[in-house]
Design a protein around this ligand. Structure first.
Ligand code: ATP
Ligand code: ATP
Ligand code: MG
Ligand code: MG
Ligand code: MG
Ligand code: MG
Ligand code: MG
Length: 303
């Protein structure tokens, strides 16, 4: 590479590859969403519009990033599972993390008014993100069980807490004190006897969180390995947007080559699709993912 005398500074940019042949889990979490939810009048304990907006952003991200097989969301967080063979951006840690985090955040902002038509955004929300590498199927199963169990524990606590405040007339400090040290059965009982709430009848969305899953539409026995998205073209997907013609975040790039580019027109992505790939669709569910059933019928998630 012909360089100037300044070009050596590039050598200070160190490679940051993620271990090959391991599952990648990227978890995003809203920054200071306690404040964000207050300032935007989220309903407590669960604002359904806000959860739907999170789901929408997660689904858009999965349509854009084809190697994400599964996502799980609760509250202000979402975890994304990349298949272990992914070669997205040559598995560069920062590149994957920053691109997914900013894409998700953009989708959240882009779709805000669809879910909050009467509430203007007062300031730009942001999300933190981390990638954790897991070596085994067991660890991935346990990771998602951990998040879904957390959803249940938080929801039971928050549901009881807000019943004490909204229906029981307690201050938030008093409600925290009332709940200190209580076990799950006590909270169920408190909800039922004091507020007439049967916890089992609460929405699955709140109890189970959101499971966004890449489902195979029409498997053919000869097909192997790669997945393509149905051309459903939602707003936040560059993958199939004929106006922008932006390639999806699905190929690795060689960025060592700094030769000035002409900026040639990008090849239209749809032409690059191969016929022998499995057709997939991205679905949003609110089901159990701790037991075996969910995983047994979807072996593609962990292959
Ligand atoms: P941090 O920046 O450390 O993540 P945080 O304020 O975002 O701080 P979290 O532990 O992530 O803290 O909790 C997110 C908070 O956002 C919840 O406690 C809740 O108050 C609020 N929140 C998020 N989503 C919703 C929702 N759908 N409905 C109501 N409140 C929500
Ligand atoms: P990567 O995703 O790997 O970063 P990239 O296409 O974004 O790929 P960069 O090396 O980051 O490549 O270069 C950014 C490119 O964006 C420039 O080469 C140029 O073509 C274009 N670009 C950025 N800012 C401007 C601008 N203000 N006016 C015109 N073109 C721009
Ligand atoms: Mg956080
Ligand atoms: Mg948060
Ligand atoms: Mg959180
Ligand atoms: Mg760039
Ligand atoms: Mg650049």
């Amino acid at each position: 590479m012909a360089g100037t005398k300044f070009a050596y500074v590039r050598n200070f940019e160190l490679p940051d590859p993620l271990l090959p042949d391991t599952y990648l889990v990227c978890r995003l979490d809203g920054h200071s969403f306690h404040r964000f939810s207050d300032e935007h009048g989220f309903t407590k304990p669960n604002d359904e519009r806000a959860l739907q907006l999170m789901d929408h952003a997660a689904k858009s991200a999965m349509i854009e990033f084809k190697d994400i097989m599964l996502a799980f969301g609760e509250s202000d967080e979402f975890s994304f599972l990349f298949r272990k063979s992914t070669n997205l951006y040559n598995r560069r840690h920062s590149k994957i993390l920053t691109t997914l985090t900013s894409y998700f955040t953009s989708c959240y902002v882009l779709n805000w008014s669809q879910y909050f038509p009467d509430t203007p955004l007062r300031y730009p929300p942001s999300f933190d993100g981390r990638i954790v590498v897991y070596p085994t199927e067991r660890a991935i199963r346990d990771y998602f069980s951990w998040r879904q169990a957390d959803t249940h524990i938080n929801n039971l606590y928050n549901t009881t807490f807000w019943a004490l405040v909204q229906k029981g007339g307690q201050t938030t400090t008093e409600a925290h004190a009332t709940l200190r040290g209580t076990v799950s059965a006590t909270k169920h009982e408190m909800l039922f006897s004091r507020f007439g709430v049967n916890y089992n009848e609460i929405s699955q969305r709140f109890k189970k969180g959101s499971v966004v899953v890449r489902e195979i539409v029409a498997p053919e026995p000869s097909d192997k390995g790669e997945y393509i998205e149905r051309d459903e073209s939602p707003e936040c997907s560059g993958a199939s947007n004929p106006l922008t013609n932006i390639p999806p975040h699905s190929q690795s790039t060689n960025e060592a080559d700094e030769t000035p580019k002409f900026d040639p027109p990008r090849q239209k992505h749809s032409k690059a699709k191969k016929k022998n790939k499995l057709e997939t669709t991205v679905e949003i569910l609110h089901c159990d993912i701790i037991g075996d059933e969910f995983w047994l019928v979807r072996p593609q998630l962990l292959e």
